[in-house]
Design a protein around this ligand. Structure first.
Ligand code: HMG
Ligand code: MG
Length: 299
């Protein structure tokens, strides 16, 4: 059965902008985006990434971004923290939730965070400990759940193992990333079936990219399995620095249009979201990757 409500987790300020080519985007564009997203009714906004600026230059102003936003009560502003250094900076910046990120593929783990899956999990232990000591929830990502740019197919059991480990380590929610957007609905269903044997489905989130145009179909498939948290990025912004050819996350406008058509509640305003998508595309001089944004945006 389909869920009655879905929580949208907005990815554009982080996953959307981290790979934007060209000069580093001005901090006030990032904060302008985050504030507009909060104004749309989104309650969970991944706002920054406390990673090495040598690895991801676009996220180098994470602390300034966190300091510059106008915090809206009830909104959770989260950030990626791959290690203790990242966590300490995120804590100091007043982030509401942190996220650690692992992969289901060894090669992707090496390319993305420069270590094995096992080493990454070990590195997350003190991050999760410190987060809990500070009363901060931790989200866990698993990348390459439906395919890897270096290894090809990924066995659902492999995804399930990493998801289970992150969940048992204390992550309250496991976001399953089709990093390169190669999945199809049947594959997505099989993956969720395998993971849900270890992690209750209410603690899972779908993080699908739209490289092959399958993201909405995949989301519909996993909604039917009870997944009720969806990661998306306004205007379909994004890509991945370590996944060649990966296009953006599924567009939030498109997901919202789908959910509204299914009578599923989100609390998000479609018109404002479309306006936000068009605003950020104008700022970045970038094509709007949302079909709904194009249809309703008048551009
Ligand atoms: P490393 O080079 O192995 O680590 O990087 P290191 O500990 O040797 O540190 C190297 C340098 O980085 C040092 O500086 C550290 O101080 C600094 P130096 O001494 O050379 O001047 N450093 C840091 N600086 C700021 N903040 C930090 C930090 N840590 C170290 N937290 C590391 C390892 C994990 C740091 C690196 O590989 C990294 O930052 N990777 C980030 C990769 C990334 O952000 N990828 C994109 C996000 S994942 C994603 O998009 C997928 C997802 O969306 C889901 C999906 O789509 O599937 C989540
Ligand atoms: Mg992603």
């Amino acid at each position: 059965a389909l869920p009655q409500k879905v929580r949208l987790v907005e990815m554009s300020p982080r996953d959307g902008l981290q790979n934007e080519p060209g000069p580093v985007i001005a901090t006030d564009i990032k904060t302008g985006l985050i504030d507009r997203l909060a104004g749309c009714g989104l309650t969970h906004i991944e706002s920054a990434s406390f990673v090495s600026p040598k690895w991801v230059p676009q996220m180098g102003d994470a602390a300034e971004v966190m300091a510059g936003i106008q915090r809206k009560p009830g909104v959770c502003y989260s950030a990626l923290t791959p290690n203790l250094k990242g966590f300490e900076n995120a804590l100091a910046a007043g982030v509401n939730e942190v996220a650690v990120f692992a992969a289901a593929s060894e090669s992707f783990s090496q390319k993305n965070i420069n270590c094995s899956i096992a080493d990454s999990l070990e590195r997350f232990v003190p991050v999760i400990e410190q987060a809990r000591a500070n009363g901060m929830p931790v989200r866990g990502y698993v990348s390459t759940v439906l395919g890897c740019p270096y290894e090809g197919d990924i066995a659902p059991e492999q995804v399930a193992e990493v998801a289970r480990d992150l969940y048992q380590m204390g992550c309250h929610e496991i976001s399953l990333g089709d990093t390169i957007g190669v999945g199809t609905p049947l594959k997505a269903k099989r993956m969720i079936d395998a993971v849900a044997r270890h992690v209750p489905v209410e603690h899972l989130a779908a993080h699908f990219h739209d490289t092959y145009g399958q993201a909405l179909a995949n989301l519909y498939a996993v909604l039917e399995q009870g997944v009720a948290v969806i990661d998306a990025s306004v205007a379909g912004l994004g890509g991945c620095p370590y996944a060649k050819g990966a296009s953006g996350n599924v567009a939030t406008e498109d997901v919202l249009y789908l959910l509204q058509g299914l009578g599923i509640e989100t609390g998000v305003d479609l018109d404002k979201l479309v306006a936000t998508g068009n605003w950020i595309c104008g700022q970045l001089n970038r094509h709007n990757g949302s079909k709904v944004g194009q249809a309703l945006g008048g551009k």
